[in-house]
Structure formats: C-alpha cells, structure tokens
Design a protein around this ligand. Structure first.
Ligand code: MN
Length: 744
C-alpha cells in the first residue's frame, strides 16, 4: 500500500486501508429504497473514482475512501439516492476539474444543485474574524434553506473528517475540532441528529483536550467490568417486572459518552461517582402507552431522584426530540438514568430532521419539515431581517446552545424556551402582537417584573395594553431570537417613521427660511436630481436621513436658496441658530416656529430646566434631545456636529396660569389696597378681586392672579401673609399649604 508510514495504528479500520466497498453502500440503499435509481448510484461511484484517481488523503489512503465513507454515513441515515449520490460526488467540483455543468449532465439538475451548494460552503472557515463567521453562517443557512440535504451531506463530510483527524498537524486538528465543537455539533443537535452530534463531540474532546479525555476514558474503563455486571443485573430485574405487567420492550444498557461525562463533571463540579447518568438504560417500548407503563414500573422498582423526571413526550424539545427521562437509585445507592421511547421517537432522536426527510424522498425541504423544525423556520426568517452580522452571530450562538425551559399558558398550552427566557419571550411566543403590547406578567399567580427568569413548569399569564409598544431595554431582557427580532423590527420601523416625520419638518422649516414650501421644493425639477445625487429612490428616504441627523437640512436644500458662501459654510450650526423652540414646562411636546408635533425632549443625562443654557442634538429616530450646554454627555455627542441644533427656552410665550387666592382678613380699613399693591409690587397681574361679606369683624378677599410658576405663587402668598391684619392665605380647590408640604 502506498505512502502509509504511520507507526502506531489508531484504529484497526485505518491500518490496512480497509476501504469500505461500494457494494456495501449499494446493498444498504437497496434495502431501504429497492426501487431507487441504483444505476445512478453506481455511475456516481465510477465517476468519483475516476475524478479522484491519483489523489490521496493525508493518511496516505486513496482519496476515494473519503467520498465512499461520506456516502456510507448518508446511507446509514437512510437518505434518498440523490443524497447518497451527492455524498460520492461532494468533492468533485471542489477538488477536481469537474464542473457543475458536467455533474448536471450526468446526474441531473437536482444533484448538480446540491453539489453547487456544497461547493459554495466548502471554503467556509468559521474560526475566522467575527464578521466573516457571521457571513459564513448566513451562507450555511441559505444552503440549508435551499435544500436541507446540503447540510446533511456537510455534516457527514465533517464527521468523516473528524474520524480521521489524527493525520493532520496539531494546529489544523485543533482548529477543525474547535470549529466542529462550536458550529457543527450544535447544528447537528439543533437539527435533532443526536447520533452525529454525540460522535462529533466525543471526537472533539479527544482532539482538543487529549489529556483530560485519556484520564477520564481510563477511569471509565476501570469501571467497565463493574458497569457491565451492574447493567446485566438491573436489566434482569426490569425485564422481569415488565414481563409481569405484559409489556414487551427492548432494554439497552450503556455507559455515558466520555464527552457527556466530562461536560457534566465540569458544569456541576462533581466527581465521576456523582454523575447520575454515568450508566443509562434506554428502553424502546412499542407505543406511548407502554412508555408510560414502563415509566411507572421503574419508579415502583427503584427510588426516583427528585427533579430528574422529564416528560419530553408530552413536551417535545424544540428539535423534535421525544422521550421520557428519569433517574433512579438502587437500594445499594447506585444511581442510573433511564430513557424510554418508541421506535419512531428513537429514530427521530438519532436522525432528527433526516428521519423526517427520508419519508419525503426527492423533494426539497417541505413546509411540513419546516413546521417540525420551528427553530429552522425562525432562523430563516430572522437571518433575512437582521442586518448587523455581529448581532446575527451572537444571537445564533445563543440559539445553538439551548437548554430548554418549559412553561405553560393559563390554558395549559406548553411553550419551550432557552434558559434565561423572560415573560417577554413568552409573550412573543404566543403572538407578535401579544409581545408588542405586553405590559406585565403573572407567573404562578404572582405579579413579576418583565425581566423575571422563567423556570420549568411556570404558568405564565401575560398582561397586555392596547397601543403599548416595546422599548430598547427589552432587547436586553428578551432571550429568544424570535422575541428580539420582533422587537428590533418594530423599533426600527417606529424609529424610521418618526425620523421621516422629523426630517420632513426640518426640511419644511428650512424651505420656508428660503421663502419656499417643502411642497414647492419637492415638485421642482432640482429635487429629483437631488435625490439621485444622494442615492435615494424616494423622498421619504431623504426625509429619514435628515431625521436621523445624517444630513443637515441646510446642506440638502442649499441649491434652492440664494445664500452667501459664508452662510453655507457652517451650515449645520447656522440652521440651528435660526431655530427657536418653545419648550413648555415638563412636557416633551413643543412648538417650533409654528410647527407642532415635533418631538423634542429634555435629555435624561442632564435634565435641563427652563432658564438654563441649552443646546439640541438630533437623535436617531427620536427627535431632538435638549441638553444643558455643559452636559458631559452632550460634549461627547459633539463628534457629529452636523446633528447639533441651537435651541432656546421661549421666555416670551411662557405659559401663565390663573390662580385664585383666598385671603382671610380682619376688618381693617385699607387692607384691600394693601393686598393689591403688594401683589403689584411682585410684578404680577391681578385678574380679579372679590371681597366677601364681613362678619364678626372678619372676612375673606379672593384675589385672582396670573402667575407662571409655583415659586411665584408662594412668594405672593408670603408677602400677603406679612400684611398686618391678614389671618391666612389659601388656594381654594386645592390642598392647604400644610397638607401640600406633607405630601411633597
Ligand atoms: Mn469532503
């Protein structure tokens, strides 16, 4: 055999290039698809053998071994003929001179399409810079949406490469193993292909941390004899109990994979002896009724470990996985895990989406399949909507490592979520509108804050309010990509709508400054020219850009007015100078030279009060935030001076309030004159004075004054009180002064 120089055999299979024979693959496919186009399969084999002739793998083996093994993995998953054909051909376009056209000519459009998809994603390296990683993910997903078989073949390809990783350099090995652990194993998990997922994870640990793997493997090996005896014993006990109850079931015993044991020990910081599912029984019962029957018998025979019972039959995992899980302890104190499922559930547990696929041969991912894999649907929707690749990648990573939490609606419908999910996620899981209008939640009958983390078994009731909408904070609270995506989409749409409105108003204002109206400007010939220059298709896009503060209205409309060059220079700032704003006290709604509804709000960072020196800043989609001129935050914002705008408090139009003071007085001559003159001294307008009937030498005088704030009112009240003969001052229809200070 050529080129084989490895000193130490790693597996017996590789030692003699015991190449899998094509006939074996053919037999497998024939067994499950007797009327499939086996001739096509044979042609693909011959074609692949010819194209890869003379090529060898790093191990020294003929290259053909690889496509054969990949095809074999696909045949073991009982995938359709075209899929196995593509397994044989998957590297021909990438690694030989063969073209996609040639593949199409010999093997048909379907195969060519899959091969093309595989070739497109073949160069993807995930451990690259974040942005590339995100883009790569996108490509993978597009391929997946296009035809799920592309990903199934990719996973088979990766599995065989991982199985033969020992032939590569340490660097390469580590790189590929890390990438597999981060991307491909979770992806297999998400698609429900448990069998490939666990083998990939096992191989990853072996390559990434060979020392830890070796130590643990040795410890597990040391317990093997004991474990085998133990399994034989409990199998016997269970078999007897099941027979007595007339249940027929297959019982398989095994020790857990090294990877899962390692994970569990790391995550829970425990020793091997404490790993509850070091030994696991898997029971395949004929039907669901027998599954639950077996479940009961097991709990009758051994003591269940609290908190370990999981009913994934009633509540399937997001990837479609169904089984009953429990852990029990024998009388001698040995814990073990039990999984109970039907043959159909077992198939889905091992093959996931591939199990669904094989019933619908020859068709691309059908609507039904997508429904079965809600996750896939969500990812597809959402990758279309998310623009920022970093965001997309981060979300996807969160989503690839789910730890499901199950909660109920008050009607008993079950919803599953990743760990850390909140009522907001729950609300969006019910309906997008429920999510948007969510204002509060009750969990198990108790009001909880929206950031409350849901736990298994929680009953969640969402409170909604019409017209309510999400805010940016929600993005930090929601955990599911569905909720986050819906929130972001709505926020962006709202921001955009508001920006268009703001932009239009700013442009209208600027048009009027140059003695035109925005309508006139928009209808002029120069306007479409202008849109084209800025690269906008519609006026709204221009309005939005101005509203976001990306463009200054003066620069945009400069060509329509006649200005001195000087003025054109600091255009952003001078526009601003022209803008006067009236900020009515405590309200966000303001008037700008006759325009209303323009959103202006006092910045939370410095919260300027009337009278302070202020300045404005066009914030993205929100309007104009008003800061105190010495606000540190504002100084930081000044990096974008185009968005600065001058604002001022409008002193002239200060709102006045009419207030009536009721003054109780002694009957003294001239007291009315004293009161009115003291009010006049404070520069306050008197609107009305009414003196009431005097009794017992006492009486009241009601004075109506026009004031602009409470301070002014207090000042007047104090002055009046100081007048000789005044007994007290009150504001009728309002609380007494003493009460007011008590509640303040
Ligand atoms: Mn390959």
């Amino acid at each position: 055999m050529p080129g084989h120089r490895r000193a130490r055999p790693v597996s017996a299979g590789a030692l003699f290039f015991r190449m899998i024979r094509f006939e074996n693959i053919l037999d497998k496919v024939r067994a499950y698809q007797p009327d499939g186009d086996l001739e096509l399969l044979r042609r693909a084999y011959v074609f692949s053998a010819r194209e890869h002739r003379g090529q060898s793998r790093k191990s020294g083996e003929p290259y053909l071994v690889h496509p054969l093994e990949v095809a074999n993995i696909l045949a073991e998953m009982r995938l359709d003929v075209v899929c196995v054909v593509c397994g044989l051909l998957h590297d021909v376009v990438e690694d030989t001179l063969t073209t996609t056209e040639a593949v199409e000519e010999y093997f048909g459009a379907e195969a060519a399409h899959i091969i093309e998809g595989l070739t497109k994603i073949s160069k993807i390296e995930f451990a690259s810079a974040e942005e590339h990683q995100a883009e790569n993910f996108r490509k993978m997903l597009m391929a997946m949406v296009d035809d799920i078989r592309i990903i199934l073949i990719k996973l088979a390809d990766r599995l065989h490469n991982m199985r033969t990783l020992q032939h590569l350099s340490d660097d390469r090995r580590l790189h590929i193993a890390n990438e597999t652990l981060e991307i491909y194993a979770p992806l297999a998990g998400r698609l429900g292909i448990g069998k490939i997922k666990s083998e990939l994870e096992e191989l990853c640990l072996k390559n990434i941390d060979p020392k830890a793997y070796g130590v643990l493997a040795a410890r597990v090996e040391a317990k093997r004899k004991w474990a085998e005896d133990f399994i034989t014993e409990i199998r016997g006990v269970l078999k007897k109990a099941l027979e007595e109850n007339g249940i027929e079931a297959e019982i398989h015993g095994r020790t857990k994979s090294i990877y899962s044991i390692h994970q569990k020990m790391q995550r829970q910081r425990i020793e091997l002896d404490k790993v509850y599912d070091f030994i696991a029984l898997r029971i395949i019962a004929a039907n669901i009724k027998d599954c639950y029957g077996t479940f009961g018998i097991i709990h009758n025979t051994w003591r269940p470990v609290p908190g370990r019972i999981k009913d994934f039959i009633a509540m399937p995992r997001q990837n479609g996985y169904r089984s009953l899980h429990t852990s029990v302890i024998t009388d001698s104190g040995v814990p073990f895990e039990v999984q109970i499922r039907t043959p159909e559930m077992h198939l889905v547990a091992e093959q996931g989406i591939a199990a669904h696929w094989k019933y619908k041969e020859g068709r691309p991912l059908a609507e039904d399949d997508v429904k079965n894999f809600a996750w896939l649907r969500q990812i597809i929707d959402w990758q279309r909507e998310v623009d920022d690749p970093h965001e997309f990648l981060n979300e996807l990573k969160v989503d690839l490592y789910p730890e499901d939490v199950f909660c109920f609606t008050p009607q008993g419908d079950v919803k599953s979520f990743p760990r850390g999910a909140t009522p907001i996620d729950f609300a969006y899981a019910i309906h997008t509108d429920i999510g948007h209008q969510c204002v509060g939640a009750q969990v198990n009958g108790q009001m909880v804050p929206l950031r409350h983390q849901l736990k298994n078994g929680d009953i969640v009731e969402i409170h909604t309010q019409r017209g309510h909408g999400p805010n940016r904070d929600w993005l930090g609270i929601a955990k599911t990509s569905r909720a986050r995506n819906k929130i972001r989409t709505l926020l962006n749409a709202t921001e955009r709508k508001r920006s268009i409105e703001i932009g239009r108003k700013l442009l209208d204002k600027e048009s009027r400054r140059i003695d035109l109206s925005l309508k006139q400007v928009s209808q002029s010939a120069g306007f479409s020219e202008l849109l084209r220059e800025y690269g906008f298709n519609k006026a709204d896009e221009l309005h939005a850009a101005v509203g976001y503060g990306k463009l200054s209205p003066r620069n945009v409309l400069a060509r329509f007015g006649s200005q001195s060059p000087n003025e054109q220079k600091g255009a952003g700032a001078s526009l601003a100078r022209a803008v006067k704003r009236v900020l009515s006290r405590g309200e966000a709604k303001i008037k700008v030279n006759g325009m209303d509804d323009l959103m202006v709000y006092r910045a939370k960072c410095c919260n300027p009060v009337p009278g302070e020196s202020i300045t404005g800043y066009v914030s993205r989609g929100k309007g104009v935030s008003v800061h105190a001129v010495n606000c540190a935050n504002f100084l930081n914002l000044m990096v974008d001076p185009e968005r600065r705008i001058d604002v001022s408090w409008d002193g002239a139009k200060e709102t006045k309030y009419e207030i009536t003071l009721s003054v109780s007085v002694e009957d003294r001559k001239g007291i009315l004159a004293d009161i009115t003159s003291i009010i006049a001294d404070t520069n306050t307008d008197i609107r009305n004075v009414a003196a009431n009937t005097f009794e017992d030498q006492k009486g009241t005088i009601d004075v109506t004054v026009s004031i602009s704030n409470v301070k002014e009112l207090d000042r007047i009240a104090r002055s009046i009180k100081g007048i000789d003969g005044v007994l007290g001052v009150e504001r009728p229809g309002s609380k007494k002064e003493s009460d007011r200070s008590a509640t303040a």
